[in-house]
Design a protein around this ligand. Structure first.
Ligand SMILES: *Cc1c(COP(=O)(O)O)cnc(C)c1O
Length: 360
């Protein structure tokens, strides 16, 4: 087996190799203290310092204003589908949702348990091949918030312009957080599972404006109240220690790599290599409409499902792993998050061109 293959997995996803090496060492013996990272108390001085450093790096790199809390929670991004409406809705309250794929559909289903949900836009009829542009929908005036998914991991679409509304934006940023600079102050809540672009599985990061902490109805259980975790610095109960630590390592790597400006430019370059190849060929067909194309997950089809299966298996034999598209779209999906090397994209492009020559 080669030392390291190219991992195009949508999540858990590839991480910087130096992060893996550092974590492997610290799991056994953290900072040469004679104790492993994952056997330390979450309330120890050492681990509290890890959490503080992770949070402060995230605040710095993502430019999070001081009136926002940063929470490290368990339950993945999917628990947030319920936690958001549990905390912000209630009897007779309304929220607006944009349905741009599987993850927004799941969030809509949960939200309907807690309020009246106005689905103002859906691209389901076109297999979610685009996201709305500003002006394509209207937000109900009585809505408490507008919910959307910034990057649709499965379909390969991404909002390049955020919704323009005076409502609080609530965003599932699981698959493109930290991939570009954004203005956090336009959002009420941003949440993201760590396992796509930030670290390993096991932690959802929630960034919440502090005035939203006091809206939760009285009957919401303690663990599901944002305020519980905000008041205790994510230490109300045992937090996902290893994931928090690993996110910290990824953030250090991100900072060393030039921060979000450098990352955004690199992500655009990487995605452009693939989209240019797709556009220059009649053999490969992109799934997403041009204006909605994602810089994180590039989805495309080949002329037949048989050729797609052959492409995936020949690619795997060459060390390109995880290229099979989600079952709801089929085809190919190349997930090229921050930590995915540009060289891997260049090599895939070369493989695509050879495959086309041999099979078209
Ligand atoms: C992967 C993903 C999720 C689900 O994350 P879990 O942590 O597995 O619950 C939600 N939203 C988006 C956009 C995703 O890509």
């Amino acid at each position: 087996m080669p030392d390291r293959i190219y991992n195009f997995s949508p999540g858990p996803a590839t991480l910087p190799q130096e992060v893996l090496h550092q974590a492997a060492k610290d799991i056994v013996n953290f900072k040469d203290k004679g104790i492993g990272l994952i056997e330390m108390s979450h309330r120890s001085k050492e681990f509290m310092a890890v959490t503080e450093e992770t949070e402060s790096l995230l605040r710095e790199l993502f430019a999070i204003p001081s009136n926002y809390k940063v929470l490290f929670l368990q339950g993945g991004a999917s628990t947030q589908f319920a936690m958001v409406p549990m905390n912000l809705l209630g009897n007779g309250k309304t929220a607006t949702y944009l349905n741009t794929g599987t993850w927004s559909k799941k969030a809509i289903k949960e939200a309907q348990l807690f309020g009246d949900i106005d689905v103002a836009y859906s691209s389901e009829e076109s297999v979610f091949n685009h996201v709305p542009q500003p002006g394509d929908y209207t937000v109900a005036p009585e809505s408490e918030y507008l919910y959307f998914v910034s990057n649709n991991t499965i379909y390969g679409t991404q909002f390049h312009e955020f919704p323009d509304t005076d409502k609080d934006l609530i965003c599932d940023m699981s698959s493109d957080i930290l991939s570009r600079k954004i203005d956090v102050s336009r959002f009420g809540i941003i949440f993201a599972g760590a396992q796509k672009n930030m670290g390993p599985a096991g932690c959802a990061v929630v960034i919440i404006r502090d005035d939203l902490l006091d809206r939760t109805p009285d009957n919401v259980p303690t663990m599901f109240r944002y305020k519980t975790h905000a008041d205790k610095g994510s230490m109300f109960n045992t937090p996902p220690c290893f994931a928090i630590y690993s996110i910290g390592l990824v953030l250090k790597w991100l900072k060393k790599s030039g921060g979000l400006d450098a990352m955004e430019a690199l992500n655009q370059e990487k995605a452009a290599l693939l989209y240019t190849t797709i556009d220059g060929s009649d053999f490969f067909r992109g799934h997403a409409k041009t204006a909605s194309r994602s810089n994180m997950n590039v989805t495309f089809n080949l002329p037949t499902p048989e050729l797609e299966a052959q492409f995936i298996s020949e690619a795997a034999a060459k060390g390109f792993d995880g290229l099979k598209g989600h079952r709801s779209v089929g085809g190919i999906r190349a997930s090229i998050y921050n930590a995915f090397p540009k060289k891997g994209v260049e090599d895939l492009v070369e493989f695509m061109k050879e495959f086309e020559k041999k099979n078209s």
